[in-house]
Structures are given as C-alpha cells and as structure tokens.
Design a protein around this ligand. Structure first.
Ligand code: ZN
Length: 289
C-alpha cells in the first residue's frame, strides 16, 4: 500500500493525456492529498522510513513536469459523459483523502497535560509505530484503558524495523533485547517475568501485557506500564524503588503482541493518560534518537 498506491497515482499524474487544466488540477489534488495522508499516517517502518520523503520529492517533480504538458491547454472544455464521470471520481477521492488528512491532524495535539517521562530506550533510532491522539495513527485510542499508549520500534540503517518483511526470528527485529530503562523515579507496583517470547505472528491474548513492569512514578498519580518484555529479563522486584535511567529489563515479544516492540502507557482509574518525553507528544512516524 505504501509503494503501489502512491506509485500508481504519481504515474497517472505523470502520464495522463489531460485535455484541460481542470482535469490536471483535480488529479494533482487527489495525488497530493493521498501522498500527504500516507506521509502522515502510513507505518513507514515496514518499507523504510525514508521512502516517505522520496514520494514527496517525486510528487513535486511530477507536478512540475506535468504542468509543462498542460500549461497551454484551456482551463475547461466541453466534457464527454466519460470525462464528466472521471471528474466526479476525482472529486469524491479528494473529499475522502482530504477527510483522512483532516482527521489525522488531531493526532498531533492533546488538550490534557501529559505525564512527563524520560525516554526508556537509549541505543539507536526509535520509531513510533502506534502513537498520537487519533485512531488512524494510534489503534490504542479505541481502548479507554490504553488511550495515548505508544508502540515503539527501532530502525536499522535502511529505516526498517526488521530484516525481512515479517520474520519469525525474534533477533531479526532491531529492537529485540534492547535494554529498557526506568522512565522516572518511583516505585515498582507490579511485575511479570515468566511468559515466553513468541515467534511472530503468534501471540498470547490471555496475558495481554506479557512480561511487564508497572511503575508508580513520583509526582504523578498514575501507573506507567512497560509491556511485552523478554522472559526472565525483568531486573526489578515488586515494591522496589527505582530511579530514572535504572535498568528495568529488556524488550521482548511476550503477551498479546504482533512482533517485538515496547508498549508503554500511563493509566489512572482505568483510563489512559497522555505521556510526553522531553515535552514531546509522540505520534506515528516520530523518531527518537
Ligand atoms: Zn501497544
């Protein structure tokens, strides 16, 4: 979807035998709305984080190139029934992709003040796969208890989260076995450490969080949960005091998870609370280095 869809719209804009500027303009608006939407909401860690910029660049080149072809055409002509039909399709697509873009904009901001934490991973380029204040960017928004949760992955040099598209081997995921550090000063209120790390796409819906550490952070009346940790890696005990930066364990693939990643969220009275890292509210496609 992140390759074929933008490629086919760009090729169409590049090659289409436009008879009027209006058709070109409508095609341009559809293609731009689609690419901007995918740029924002696509999970680019599958095909390569940097590919999203490539599509933007290709779009600009294509707009300039195709303008040269239509610059001498009239704005409108007398359209045939077929042409009127395709103009109708263009308008519908502009409305659809335009609405997606408008919805996704909500993702970047949050009205409530977030819980400020330090980022719990320190060894590479981390990528937010699920995050933000809108369900199209963050599927957790559909579950009140996990609202504002983040799913974090790690990118390799090519900007992908794994070697291979969806490997079974856990070590092929960049983030697997990365050390997790405490995001705050506080106290451990719960742990689990004995659930197996599963080869994707296997998951364990009976134990959604898998191996995890739950923290009561100083100054905040909420519980922070770091989930899907590696079996046997949890390095703290229930009741123990922790300081920010202290090792908690390792990223794994236990519990209800599709692949190795860190799931982190804060909750108060069963409701998800926003979290920020260095005052940044992270959304899908945010990077933390
Ligand atoms: Zn999650």
């Amino acid at each position: 979807m992140l390759i074929i869809l933008p490629a086919s719209f760009i090729i169409s804009l590049w090659k289409a035998p436009f008879k009027s500027k209006l058709e070109w303009l409508l095609d341009l608006l559809v293609t731009t709305a689609l690419i901007v939407w995918l740029f924002q909401a696509g999970n680019w860690s599958w095909v390569g984080y940097y590919v999203r910029f490539l599509w933007l660049a290709l779009l600009i080149v294509t707009i300039i190139y195709s303008w040269k072809k239509v610059s001498n055409l009239p704005f409108t002509i007398k359209y045939s029934v077929n042409q009127k039909f395709s103009i109708g399709i263009y308008i519908i697509l502009i409305l659809i992709f335009g609405t997606y873009n408008a919805l996704v904009l909500k993702s970047y901001t949050v009205a409530e003040k977030g819980i400020e934490l330090s980022f719990p991973l320190k060894n590479g380029t981390y990528y937010v796969g699920q995050g933000g204040n809108q369900v199209l960017m963050n599927y957790h928004q559909a579950y009140p208890g996990q609202k504002y949760a983040l799913d974090i992955l790690k990118l390799n040099t090519f900007g992908t989260r794994a070697s291979g598209l969806y490997p079974e081997e856990l070590n092929n995921y960049q983030i697997y076995a990365d050390i997790l550090y405490s995001p705050c000063n506080g106290k451990v209120v719960d742990i689990q450490n004995d659930l197996p790390d599963l080869p994707p796409p296997k998951s364990n819906p009976e134990n959604p969080a898998g191996n995890h550490v739950a923290l009561a952070c100083e100054n905040y009346d909420a519980t922070i949960i770091l989930a899907h940790m590696q079996k046997g890696s949890v390095a703290v005990a229930k009741g123990e005091k922790v300081t920010a930066g202290q090792i908690l364990g390792k990223v794994g693939n236990s519990g209800n998870t599709s692949e190795p990643h860190l799931h982190i969220h804060a909750e108060k009275d069963g409701k998800g609370v926003p979290i920020t890292f260095n005052d940044r509210f992270l959304v899908r496609n945010s990077l933390v280095r």
